[in-house]
Ligand binder design. Structure first.
Ligand code: PMP
Length: 359
């Protein structure tokens, strides 16, 4: 039976990447060692991390005046690192779009000398839309405005970015980095955990504009962006195998034609699922149509029992990890870059059969 993995993360990886990693697992380029066994100071690993950076820069069109950092601690550590580096004794502005934005806000609020301010929220309608932000709402002396470009749980996503004037826009792009043609130059900082569109867990990518690096050394070296940039992400031992896997994923994406091509593919996948939901009398998607996510698609029936039955039957057919987050209920299909179109086709066929039997 074919297994389709709809997990929100860690998530499906491209099969050619897994095969390549398997081929190279025991003996990387004739070294007689696995990548996992290489010193991070060896020339073989230095080549891997340099290639990974080069490829990511090309895929995302990262301008010269930005640093690309390969760190650890997940996006969650960046929730704290970001205000510590950029917003001490300053205002940090946030848009509250759901579970992940809330966590970023809470982490900033926990730092005494950061003046955290939430300037817009969609909590009034259970985070089913992206709230508008006008330039007038943005204090021009703020350190940054933080957004979550894609809320993984709620399934909402920014289609157009807010105009922040001179205030740097900062984005948690964990669940839609490389799926969509965002321009790095529109952001001051972008960060993302790897385990959805980049590779295995354990790696966090931070892309930061040179002039935003902290001037003073931070009390905690591992959180210090300037130090990490100066050390080329090698202040300590980086997550070597995850970086290697990311490099393979970047090569795979490059060979497919890059972000503009995968975006078309992602639109086809998400489009098919949304069309099926919209045509259905049984399933619905709670999100405002203009703000729908390409990568995380919640859907549900109006009966919890029926949702349960759907998830159970789906699993028996090889559709894994379709259970939605408890705060939204129902089902959620995560369709990241590596998720195949055939899997969406198989799912919508199954949904239609289920509707015939239960509608
Ligand atoms: N932000 C978003 C949008 C996420 O989806 C997640 C993880 N699902 C996180 C942050 C937290 O990431 P991590 O587990 O890498 O800390």
């Amino acid at each position: 039976m074919t297994i389709y993995n709809f997990s929100a993360g860690p998530a499906v990886l491209p099969e050619p990447v897994l095969k390549k990693a398997q081929e190279e697992l025991l003996d990387y380029k004739g070294s007689g060692m696995s990548v996992m066994e290489l010193s991070h100071r060896s020339s073989l690993f230095e080549e891997i991390i340099a290639d990974a950076e080069k490829l990511l820069r090309k895929l995302m069109n990262v301008p010269e005046n930005y640093h690309v950092l390969f760190l650890q601690g997940g996006a969650s550590l960046q929730f704290s690192a970001l205000p510590l580096n950029l917003a001490q004794n300053k205002k940090a502005l946030y848009v509250n779009t759901g579970s992940w934005a809330k966590k970023a806000i809470a982490a900033a609020q926990a730092i005494d000398n950061v003046h955290t301010k939430v300037i817009a929220s969609s909590e009034d309608r259970n985070f089913t839309y992206i709230p508008q932000v006008s330039k007038e709402q943005i204090d021009q002396d703020a350190a940054y405005l933080h957004i979550t470009t894609n809320e993984t749980i709620g399934g909402i996503s920014y289609q157009t970015l807010p105009d922040t004037g001179n205030v740097p826009l900062v984005a948690d792009m964990s669940s839609n980095i490389l799926t969509n043609e965002y321009q790095v130059k529109d952001f001051g900082v972008i960060y993302a955990g790897a385990q959805k569109n980049i590779g295995p867990a354990g790696l966090t990518v931070v892309i930061i504009r040179e002039d935003l690096l902290n001037e003073q050394a931070l009390f905690a070296p591992m959180l210090d962006y300037r130090l990490q940039a100066q050390s080329h992400s090698m202040y300590n031992t980086p997550p070597t195998f995850s970086i290697y896997m990311a490099k393979l994923v970047f090569e795979w994406l490059q060979d497919l034609g890059g972000v503009s091509q995968i975006l078309k593919y992602n639109q086809q996948k998400a489009g098919l699922l949304y069309e099926t939901i919209d045509r259905s009398d049984l399933f619905q998607n709670p999100v405002n149509k203009e703000d729908r996510s390409l990568t995380n698609i919640p859907f549900l029936t109006d009966s919890d029992a029926l949702n349960q039955e759907f998830i159970q039957l789906a699993q028996q057919q090889g559709f894994e990890n379709l259970k939605g987050h408890r705060s939204v209920g129902g089902m959620r299909a995560s369709l990241y870059n590596a998720f195949p179109f055939e899997g969406v086709q198989a799912l919508v066929d199954f949904m239609q059969e289920f509707e015939k039997a239960h509608g």
